[in-house]
Ligand binder design. Structure first.
Ligand SMILES: NC(=O)c1ccc[n+]([C@@H]2O[C@H](COP(=O)([O-])OP(=O)(O)OC[C@H]3O[C@@H](n4cnc5c(N)ncnc54)[C@H](OP(=O)(O)O)[C@@H]3O)[C@@H](O)[C@H]2O)c1
Length: 181
C-alpha cells in the first residue's frame, strides 16, 4: 500500500491491486439516470475488452449499476456489490460500507479488484485507485451521469490503442498508472 499526497495536497493511499474500468464519451459521459444503462449501443470490442481484463478477478460494483446489468452476476469473476440493502442473491458478496471493502482489499493483496462503477462508487474509491482502464467512445449520446473528475497529472499513460468498432465508432483504449511521489 502506498501512502502519499496528491498534487492538491489531499492524502490518498492507493492500492496496487485496485483498478477502475469504465467507458465514457469525449465529454466524460458515462450514464443515463433515466434508463440507468449505457448511453451508447453495444460496442462489441469494448465488451470483449472488459471481459478479458476482468476475467478471473474480482469486480466491485454499486447497487444501482449492479441491478441494471443485463446479465448478473458477472460470470468468471467474484462479484462484490456495495449496498446498504439486503439483496437476495447468494452468488454475490454484499459489502455494506467502504471500511468493509477496504478490509477485503487489504486481506487479499494478490487479488486484482476492478471497480466497475457507477459514479458513486468511483467517487468513493478514487483515492485508492492505482490503475485506470479508460475506454473513450467518439460520438454524441444522451445522458446525464459523468465520470468523476480525475486529475490525470497524477497518472501516466502506459498503454493506448485505437480501433474503429463494428458499431461504427472510433474507440480509444487507454491504461494509466498512478504516479508515486
Ligand atoms: N460507462 C460506464 O463504464 C459505466 C460503468 C458503471 C456504471 N455506469 C452508469 O452509472 C450509473 C449508475 O451510477 P450511480 O452513481 O447512480 O450508482 P452506483 O454507484 O452504481 O450505485 C450507487 C449505490 O451503490 C451503493 N454505494 C455506492 N457507494 C457506496 C459507499 N461508499 N458506501 C456504501 N454504499 C455505496 C449505494 O447503495 P444503497 O443505496 O443500496 O446503499 C448507492 O445507492 C448508470 O447510469 C450506469 O449505466 C456507467
Amino acid at each position: 500500500m502506498l501512502e502519499a499526497k496528491n498534487k492538491i495536497g489531499n492524502s490518498y493511499s492507493s492500492f496496487k491491486n485496485v483498478s477502475f474500468i469504465w467507458a465514457q464519451d469525449k465529454k466524460n459521459l458515462i450514464g443515463n439516470s433515466q434508463t440507468l444503462s449505457m448511453p451508447w449501443p453495444n460496442i462489441p470490442e469494448d465488451l470483449a475488452y472488459f471481459k478479458k481484463i476482468t476475467w478471473g478477478h474480482s469486480i466491485v460494483v454499486g447497487r444501482r449499476t449492479y441491478l441494471n446489468l443485463p446479465s448478473k452476476p458477472l460470470e468468471g469473476r467474484k462479484n462484490f456489490v456495495l449496498t446498504s440493502e439486503e439483496l437476495n442473491d447468494n452468488q454475490i458478496e454484499i459489502v455494506s460500507n467502504l471500511n468493509e471493502l477496504k478490509k477485503i482489499i487489504e486481506r487479499s493483496p494478490s487479488e486484482k479488484f476492478f471497480i466497475i462503477g457507477g459514479k458513486q462508487l468511483f467517487q468513493a474509491t478514487l483515492p485508492w485507485v492505482k490503475w485506470l482502464y479508460q475506454t473513450i467512445i467518439s460520438g454524441f449520446f444522451p445522458g446525464d451521469i459523468y465520470m468523476v473528475k480525475i486529475n490525470y497529472s497524477e497518472f501516466r499513460l502506459i498503454k493506448q490503442k485505437t480501433i474503429f468498432s463494428k458499431a461504427n465508432y472510433l474507440v480509444n483504449f487507454n491504461v494509466f498508472e498512478r504516479l508515486e511521489d
